[in-house]
Ligand binder design. Structure first.
Ligand code: 0O2
Length: 205
């Protein structure tokens, strides 16, 4: 039994704080290189003790397996403007040496039945504590702002419905997710066209 949740969650708090600084730090580096940054903004949270306990019950995980089996106690979200930016960030994360990728789940291509889209990466991340190094699991979710718009609202509605929507509501939410994805695709198409025009203008100079 975890007696002191505050103490248990401390390394996760530290990991989230460090990862936010590191990932936000990529933005000015892209600006410096005069490149369009794939990162719009980064958020992070540590799952509250009550949500952890609820998830342990829902997933039939024993408390003794919490550190190995619960991958999203430390959660980071990276929001992008375009779908392509998601994959650019994934490539960057794969090359980093300060974290080890354990699992990748592409819910961008393979949307969940709810309509949810996002790219999930589970990492092992070492935090330096006064007692020494501790490797913890963290989940990085990478999604466009349109995907985030949908997921944020669906999550808060879901909470009010205790996780079960009536079938017609689920269908409308799925439709709304598909609409959000169409907007993402249209924005990407517009960006490609603008880039092509710029390239043609530059080569004509
Ligand atoms: P919170 O409050 O965001 O932390 P699962 O059984 O879904 O928990 P699974 O299938 O292995 O686990 O998926 P994964 O990759 O662990 O993703 C779980 C997290 O993805 C969720 O965490 C949400 O953040 C997000 N997510 C997955 N499906 C949906 C969805 O349909 N709608 C929304 N809004 N978010 C989703 P938590 O713990 O559920 O919630």
């Amino acid at each position: 039994m975890i007696e002191d949740w505050e103490n248990f969650l401390l390394p996760y708090e530290q990991a989230v704080a460090e990862l936010k600084v590191k990932l936000r730090g990529m933005r000015p580096q892209f600006d410096q290189e005069n490149q369009q940054t794939p990162i719009e903004f980064v958020t992070g949270r540590v799952k509250p003790a009550e949500s952890i306990q609820e998830k342990l019950i829902r997933r039939h995980i024993s408390e003794s397996r919490i550190e190995q089996d619960l991958q999203d106690i430390a959660g980071i979200r990276i929001m992008t403007q375009f779908v392509d930016d998601i994959y650019q960030i994934v490539d960057i994360l794969r090359k980093r040496t300060d974290m080890k990728i354990l699992e990748e789940r592409d819910y961008v291509i393979n949307a969940k039945p709810s309509g949810y889209r996002s790219y999930h990466i589970v990492i092992e991340y070492p935090v330096q504590l006064v007692t020494g190094e501790k490797k913890i699991l963290a989940e990085i979710q990478i999604r466009t702002m349109a995907m985030n718009f949908w997921a944020t609202i669906e999550h808060s509605l879901n909470y009010k419905h205790s996780g079960v929507f009536p079938a017609d509501v689920s269908a409308r939410l799925k439709q709304a997710a598909d609409t959000a994805y169409s907007i993402d695709q249209e924005m990407s198409a517009i960006r490609s066209e603008i880039n092509e025009v710029q390239l043609t203008d530059e080569t004509a100079k």
